[in-house]
Design a protein around this ligand. Structure first.
Ligand code: ADP
Ligand code: ASP
Ligand code: MG
Length: 408
């Protein structure tokens, strides 16, 4: 019998009515002759509520206890969904991450899945049950509860699909697929029939949170057929494919953006071998991830050194710089009102000049570019946050993303 892993996100299970509706959808898929394993997120808003509760008590909260707290959100949903299924005549069983044995490493708050024991799930499926698993959580080797990072239920679903060798992993959410850009920012955005893993990975890591990055990595590594669909309406959704076939010959496949950016600049820092390492070592030792880096030669053996970090790490990074010894610098500047916009497309590989077009489009809107970074299949710019919507919309229109794209 074909096996499908379905994942329902927060909005999809945001109320008991929604949970009843999801149960109906699951029963319909099962009655078509499929075995079904379901992964659910916490009800919408719940994880944020828990995060805020913790912050009222400690900041940062103890990582282990924080995971114990965060994992409760999903536990509520698995039980309610199993009740809804049973109530509608479909035998079901719920499991927390620990109960089905989703073994992770011990990096609290962003743990990695190491191993899944599928025995319990297989037994239940053999008895005709639907298995409902809590997303976003697991346990480490010492049985401590761990969580997988925000958006982690996607990764639970893909990891289960890989472990069970499922025929498809379906991610049900509040949009009906992966779009050329976030449809909440560009209402004209177009749903993609398919997108290849390489591009999806880039979109996810540059800010398109429709799929957690790790879930895309996992699916690509274990060859899991992955589809993003709406839990509210029927439709084909978007298939994430291994191959970049004809649809993807488009120059640009999508525009990703991230509001979680902040930058720090050391102005007129004494230029000497080792200065970059001197600045960035304490930053990485504090577990702050650095994204873009720019160093410009200035006058009199000085240099301007700028780098970006996640906005949540901004104050931490600024404090580290201010405490840095043996740093002869004129000034340390910080700006946490910046955003990153990125064009993504494997088609860029074979085309020069896209960056120039991008910069021209932004210039025509009077948008100043503060930093630039490129790779073979993406171009990212940092701009002031107040121009985010304008920038994304202008680029989306100028690159013709809302129209049906003709294969090249
Ligand atoms: P869930 O709770 O189901 O996991 P998420 O909020 O994590 O849902 O992800 C779905 C959201 O991702 C959409 O509501 C949409 O606003 C956002 N999103 C960002 N970029 C894209 C994109 N390129 N295509 C589709 N949705 C996107
Ligand atoms: N509930 C978790 C979060 O809000 C995990 C998820 O929804 O994927 O991040
Ligand atoms: Mg999500």
């Amino acid at each position: 019998m074909p096996l499908i892993v379905q994942k329902y996100g927060g909005t999809s299970v945001g109320s008991t009515e929604r949970i009843m509706a999801v149960a109906k959808k699951i029963i319909a898929a099962k009655s078509q002759g499929n075995d079904i394993v379901v992964v659910v997120s916490a009800m919408s808003g719940e994880t944020n509520r828990l995060v805020n509760l913790a912050k009222e008590i400690a900041e940062p909260p103890n990582a282990r206890e924080f995971d114990v707290l965060l994992a409760t959100g999903e536990q509520v949903t698995i039980s309610l969904l199993s009740m809804a299924l049973t109530e509608q005549g479909c035998p079901a069983r719920s499991y927390t991450g620990g109960q089905v044995s989703i073994l992770t490493d011990n990096t609290h708050n962003k743990a990695r899945i190491l191993e899944i024991n599928d025995q319990k799930i297989r037994n239940d499926l053999n008895q005709g049950k639907v298995v409902v698993v809590a997303g976003f959580q697991g346990v480490d080797a010492d049985n401590n509860i761990t969580t997988l990072g925000r958006g982690g239920s996607d990764t639970t679903a893909v990891a289960l699909a890989a472990a069970l060798k499922a025929d498809e992993c379906q991610i049900y959410t509040d949009v009906d697929g992966v779009y050329t850009t976030d449809p909440r920012v560009v209402p004209d955005a177009r749903r993609l029939e398919q997108i290849c893993f390489e591009e999806m990975l880039e979109m996810a890591s540059l800010g398109s949170k429709v799929l957690q990055i790790r879930s895309v990595e996992f699916a690509s590594k274990y060859n899991v057929p992955l589809r993003v669909l709406s839990s509210f309406e029927d439709g084909p959704g978007t298939l994430i494919t291994m191959e970049n076939n004809k649809m993807e010959k488009a120059l640009i496949s999508g525009i990703a953006f991230s509001r979680d950016e902040a930058k720090l600049t050391l102005v007129g820092v004494k230029d000497r071998p080792g200065i970059a390492a001197h600045i960035l070592t304490p930053i990485s030792e504090a577990n702050v991830e650095v994204d873009m880096i720019i160093q410009n030669k200035g006058e009199n053996n000085t240099t301007d050194f700028t780098f970006t970090v996640h906005r949540n790490d901004y104050t931490k990074a600024l404090n580290i710089l201010n405490d840095l010894k043996e740093l002869e610098t004129k000034e340390i500047l910080g700006d946490d009102k910046i955003v990153k916009i990125s064009l993504v497309g494997v088609g860029m590989r074979s085309h020069a000049g896209i960056a120039t077009t991008m910069f021209r489009i932004l210039a025509d809107e009077g948008i100043n570019i503060q930093m630039i970074s490129t790779s073979e299949i993406k171009i990212s710019v940092i701009i002031n946050e107040k121009y985010l919507e304008l920038g994304v919309r202008s680029l989306h229109t100028a690159f013709g993303l809302e129209e049906a794209q003709k294969p090249a």
